[in-house]
Design a protein around this ligand. Structure first.
Ligand SMILES: Nc1ncnc2c1ncn2[C@@H]1O[C@H](COP(=O)(O)OP(=O)(O)O)[C@@H](O)[C@H]1O
Ligand SMILES: [Mg+2]
Length: 284
């Protein structure tokens, strides 16, 4: 399991600190579409930065029931932990100054680093790019063609990166409707995380992602192993199934089981259901 981001030495785990610590709002993230508050959480000598998204600040959506996005974010963390890849920063549901909400450990990024711009922005691995022509090039996977203005198109590509590939598997399991560039963050030690999992776990197929590069390809062995363990963890009465049952409807938990079973039966990454891959727009 990867080390949690920036938890100073102390006896509490990141999850315990997020649940038990005193939550203090320090600022609001402006560009966010929901109320996203930058906070600190402190318990005795331990403290950490985090985001707090109160349920009361959730913008209503036509295709998700009101007031359920925070629970979905926590469920995404639980599934990520069950896969064993630590792709989602520790995330909990708790009370805060604006009522119940999700609280997630803040991933400290390298200054000027942006996963969407990558190396060009300074330091981190480059994950996404637009290239001329119709070949993704070595080390890249093609997503599809994108309009780039003045009638020109370019090929949208993402890195052929093992951790990004794990994230593609997680997204298929949680049915992520919004995996865009801004939802990939790279921590100070170079580790990639996925964030913003509010629009997940719908019973309808809503996978909308930039990470279509492996569509139809065989799942790596490690993914099959992780999915097999997840299937066992989802058995009725198992702790993960009980936990998801607190966060999602029983139809939504059943749909997770069905998606895991389908991935294992096919042994392949999912393919887009329509003629064109469903890509979030704008992609970053
Ligand atoms: N755990 C986190 N670590 C670091 N940055 C984060 C984290 N969560 C959110 N952010 C930052 O806040 C922005 C808005 O958060 P996001 O979860 O995308 O909110 P919204 O649901 O409104 O889209 C993100 O684009 C990212 O820059
Ligand atoms: Mg967002």
């Amino acid at each position: 399991m990867p080390a949690p981001e920036r938890i100073p030495a102390g006896s509490l785990t990141a999850v315990e600190l997020l649940i038990r610590g005193e939550l203090t709002v320090r600022g609001q993230i402006r560009e966010a579409s929901n109320a996203v508050l930058y906070c600190t959480v402190a318990y005795e000598e331990q403290s950490a930065a985090c985001v707090y998204k109160p349920v009361a600040g959730e913008r209503p959506l036509w295709d998700f029931p009101d007031g359920t996005l925070a629970q979905r974010e926590v469920a995404a963390y639980e599934v990520s932990e069950a896969l064993g890849w630590g792709l989602v920063p520790p995330t909990v549901l708790r009370d805060g100054p604006y009522g119940e909400g999700m609280v997630q450990l803040w991933v400290e990024q390298q200054p000027g680093d942006d996963a969407a711009e990558g190396a060009a922005a300074g330091g981190g691995p480059e994950l996404l790019a637009l290239v001329e022509g119709d070949e993704p090039g070595d080390g890249w996977k093609a997503v599809g063609f994108a309009e780039v203005g003045e009638g020109r198109t370019a090929l949208l590509v993402h890195a052929d990166d093992a951790r990004l590939r794990q994230l593609a598997v997680l997204d298929a399991v949680i049915n992520n409707a919004d995996r865009k560039g801004g939802h990939l963050v790279i921590g100070a030690d170079g580790q990639l995380f996925g964030i913003d999992h509010g629009v997940t776990f719908n019973v309808e197929d809503k996978l909308r992602t930039l990470l279509w590069g492996w569509a139809g390809e065989k799942l790596p062995e490690e993914a099959l192993d992780a999915l097999g363990a997840l299937r066992d963890g989802l058995a009725a009465g198992a702790p993960l199934a009980v936990r998801l049952g607190e966060l999602l409807t029983s139809a939504e938990v059943d749909a997770v089981r069905e998606r895991v079973a389908a991935l294992l039966a096919a042994g392949r990454h999912p393919v887009p259901s329509g003629e064109w891959p469903a890509i979030p727009w704008p992609p970053v």
